[in-house]
Design a protein around this ligand. Structure first.
Ligand code: SF4
Length: 330
């Protein structure tokens, strides 16, 4: 029986952190058993915001792919590839741009939000406005049935469906409308209590050593009401406890919650217990990662093979698209 196809992607921003693991990667690994999975490292998407300095992209692709492979994405079960190695995405993006009204892109929430947040660069570019459209091309070129995403990305999938309906309405039923496969994303605070993010400098990375994990956790923000060891705390107001909920056993969570509320444990005890669970979770990834991170050629071979599989599907779709749009002249 053919399994439904899904596609998802990540930008090559360098080594992945715990937020990436819980927010996407763990879920992607599970989905390999139920779906025909296409996972892509979207290097062109990086250029929509980091066009002025692309020097790190190549190295970052290897870092992301090494994390993917170490975390359990399996090239024998999933198609793993780099977006720009399947240039058909760009052709479909161009053709979709002919039919997409610019206001549809201007009203995507992240368009204005990111322009306000990333003030150190000029994001009034054509490429930045068009990135949700490129994302649409990434998805529909594989006629994906669904896209696993976090809630923040859901509006993009809605836009994809609108564009698919418009395309099919003009040229006939070429594309299925992809569904949103919502990934449950637990709250994943960084060491300063804000959302874990590479750009905030508050992330714990998959490749961090046990010592680094402990060093990063030691000064981590806790319940601000717990100033002294003798003050009882509220685990529901503590970002450390959010990490316990994601990585510790039920027994440890109960121990931390009870000890916090009764001031029976100190915050350092609590954090070092969390570190034990985190280190255990990362040990498996650490055991596999060097096999890939130290052999970029092997990683590129895997990605090239993935791109060649992806291209077979993408080429077939583009035949359909050109025929539907009456630009098929062979
Ligand atoms: S004991 Fe644990 S849960 Fe309570 S405030 Fe300290 S770190 Fe947070």
């Amino acid at each position: 029986m053919t399994r439904p196809r899904i596609l998802s992607g990540m930008r090559p921003t360098g080594p992945l952190h715990l937020g990436n693991l819980l927010g996407a990667l763990d879920n992607w690994v599970q989905l390999q058993d139920q779906y025909d999975c296409f996972y892509t490292i979207v290097d062109w998407h990086s250029l929509t915001t980091d066009y002025a300095d692309p020097s790190a992209i190549r190295e970052n692709i290897v870092e992301v792919a090494a994390d993917w492979l170490a975390a359990g994405l399996d090239p024998a079960r999933s198609v793993l590839f780099v977006q720009s190695q399947v240039p058909e995405h760009a052709e479909l993006h161009l053709l979709l741009s002919m039919i997409t009204p610019a206001p549809w892109l201007e009203r995507v929430p992240t368009y204005k939000e990111q322009q306000q947040q990333l003030t150190d660069r000029d994001l009034s570019t054509y490429g930045f406005l068009g990135y949700p459209l490129l994302q649409t091309a990434d998805i529909i070129i594989y006629k994906a049935a669904a896209v696993p995403v976090g809630e923040d990305q859901a509006p993009h999938i809605e836009l994809t469906r609108e564009i698919v309906r418009r395309f099919n309405n003009f040229y006939g039923p070429v594309f299925p409308e992809p569904q949103t496969l919502l990934t449950p994303t637990p709250r994943m605070p960084g060491t300063d209590g804000r959302k874990m993010s590479k750009s905030y400098g508050n992330a714990i990375y998959l490749l961090d050593s046990p010592e680094t994990v402990r060093e990063k956790l030691r000064p981590m923000l806790t319940d601000p009401a717990r100033k002294r060891r003798t003050d009882p705390g509220d685990p529901d107001k503590c970002p450390v406890f959010d990490l316990h909920k994601a990585f510790s056993t039920r027994a440890t969570q109960d121990w931390a919650a009870q000890g916090c509320r009764s001031a029976g444990i100190g915050c350092i005890d609590c954090k070092m217990k969390l570190a034990e669970h985190l280190v255990e979770r990362l040990a498996e990834i650490h055991a596999r990662r060097p096999e890939y991170a130290s052999r970029p050629d092997t990683v590129w071979d895997i990605l090239r093979e993935g791109a060649s599989k992806a291209r077979e599907t993408a080429r077939a779709t583009m035949e359909d698209v050109r025929a539907a749009m009456k630009i098929h002249y062979a």
